[in-house]
Structure formats: C-alpha cells, structure tokens
Design a protein around this ligand. Structure first.
Ligand code: ZN
Ligand code: ZN
Ligand code: ZN
Ligand code: ZN
Ligand code: ZN
Length: 287
C-alpha cells in the first residue's frame, strides 16, 4: 500500500495552504502569491471583507432562511458562490445587490441559488433540468422552445415551492435589523451566509446559536502564537511562514482537499473556530 509521508512540518504546510486558499479564494488567478503579495493582499482585502461582508441566503416566503449559501454552493449558472464577485470596496447602494459570476464567458449577472432534489438538479415546469437553462437573465430553456423562463415547483422542506423563495443578498446591518444571525467576522473569501456550524443544514432543522457573543477575557488576553489564526498574525511582525513552503510537500494529499464538497466548508470553519474565537481579533485591533 502506498503511504504518504510528509517532511517535518509538512502537515503544517498543508494546513497553511488550505488557510491560504480559504482567504485568497480564486483571487490569485491560479498562481500562488509570493509571501509579499500574500501579505499585501491580506492588508488590502481583509479589512474590506470584514466591513463589507454580504450574507447570502435562500429565503422562504415565511421568512425562514432555508439555505445559507457558502463558498461551494452552486449557482443556477453551475458555478460556485466563490466564483462570483463577493468582495466590495463599498457596499452597492441599489437593492437587490447583484453578485455577478466572474467565470469568463458566463452570462450570469447575479448569484441565484437553486435547490437540489437530493443530488439531482430540480426540474422546471418545462420538464427540463435547471442546468439545461440559460444562466443569462430570462433563464430560458436551451432544450425546448415552450419555456418562458426557469420556474420550479419543487417543494422545499419548509413546505413552500422553490419558485416562492428568493435568493437574498444583504449586509450584516440589514440582517441584524431583522434579528437574523450574522455570526462572527471571518477573513475567508466568499463566506456568503455561513454564520455557524449548523449553517449548511436546512433551515427547518437548524438551531442557529451563531449570533455574536462576547469572547472571554482569558481568550482575548492570551498572547498571539504562531499557531493562531493568520488574521491575528497579519497584524504581528511579518510571519515566518509562507505559502511557498508548500513546495516541499507532495501534492497528492492536497488535491482532494482543494475540491472539498460543500459539507466540508463548515467542518473547516468549525475547526478554525475552535482554535480561537475569530471575533477576538477585532478587539485586539483596537488595542
Ligand atoms: Zn457562472
Ligand atoms: Zn452564477
Ligand atoms: Zn424551463
Ligand atoms: Zn425546457
Ligand atoms: Zn424553503
């Protein structure tokens, strides 16, 4: 049996890489940033991401968020949420806020969630699947001429038809005003509506206790160590680690991690969260 051996520090380097990927998303265009570029990217993007985060959910007419969209959640255009524009230097004034797809040639103008029927795409009333329709505004069917635009009668677990739901893009303040959870501020790209560990569960079974809670004094007073969240370390003296350390690691173990299914979003988030409450850095920044 083939055995994967990592050089000393190899596991940490893989971890570092996954962290890098969560933060940078697709913004490096597939070519790893140099350590300098990475630091520069974090300095420029993270404050903006924390201030201007947009939360995305798929909302039932009853007001329940039946789906909280995460980085890997597919759009009607078949691309993932993280492939859409999600970082804004200034939050757009107009509503609804449209998050266009960034994949070259994709006509998608605004992220649109479509539920799945198990692992299957749902059908339109024209009988064709969602992904047989054009992602351009109008959402007409590519497989027939009688379709006047995608319309799914699929019944969501909340009891309402899919077509009665809306993909909602809103700011933290807008969610807070409705008493909806916003979770903690995170430095990761395209977090969408993920606010807590149960965010990927369907709305009706989610017990969301992910609102902002005050971290403990002990936690806030503890010194920042090398094992801490990179966001904390950004504001420390320049970090000794860099994404380039990865070159010593066999890539075979990383490939599967890079194409993680949606369910792993929260597993990753939870692990990071348990290392340290992510909101604590905000307090640290003010010191
Ligand atoms: Zn697209
Ligand atoms: Zn799209
Ligand atoms: Zn159709
Ligand atoms: Zn059709
Ligand atoms: Zn629903």
């Amino acid at each position: 049996m083939e055995r994967l051996t990592l050089p000393p520090g190899g596991a940490a380097a893989v971890d570092e890489y996954l962290e890098y990927r969560r933060i940078v998303g697709e913004d490096d265009g597939g070519k790893l940033f140099t350590p300098e570029e990475y630091e520069e990217y974090k300095r420029k993007v993270l404050p903006m991401r924390l201030q201007n985060r947009l939360l995305v959910s798929w909302r039932s007419p009853t007001g329940v968020d039946c789906k909280l969209v995460g980085p890997e959640t597919l759009c009607f255009c078949t691309h993932r949420y993280k492939q859409h524009k999600t970082d804004f230097e200034a939050i757009p004034q107009q509503r609804p806020i449209s998050l266009p797809c960034r994949v070259t040639g994709c006509p998608c103008r605004a992220y649109l969630y479509v539920p799945l029927n198990g692992a299957q795409p749902v059908r339109c009333r024209c009988k064709h699947f969602a992904d047989q329709h054009s992602a351009a505004p109008g959402f007409t069917c590519n497989a027939c001429s009688k379709c006047s635009g995608f319309h799914s009668c699929f019944t969501c677990a909340c009891g309402q038809p899919a077509y009665a739901h809306d993909t909602v893009v809103e700011t933290k303040q807008e969610r807070l005003a409705q008493g909806k959870p916003v979770g903690r501020d995170v430095p990761y790209a395209a977090m969408g509506g993920l606010t807590g560990f149960s965010s990927l569960a369907e709305g009706y079974m989610r017990l969301d206790d992910s609102g902002i809670g005050a971290p403990s004094i002990e936690l806030l007073d503890s010194p920042i160590a090398a094992t801490d969240h990179p966001f904390l370390r950004v504001f420390q003296a320049s970090s000794s680690s860099s994404p380039e350390t990865l070159t010593d690691v066999g890539t075979s173990s990383q490939v599967s991690s890079l194409s993680k299914p949606e369910e792993d979003d929260m597993a990753f988030f939870e692990r990071r969260y348990q290392e340290r409450h992510l909101c604590s850095f905000l307090t640290l920044l003010k010191i």
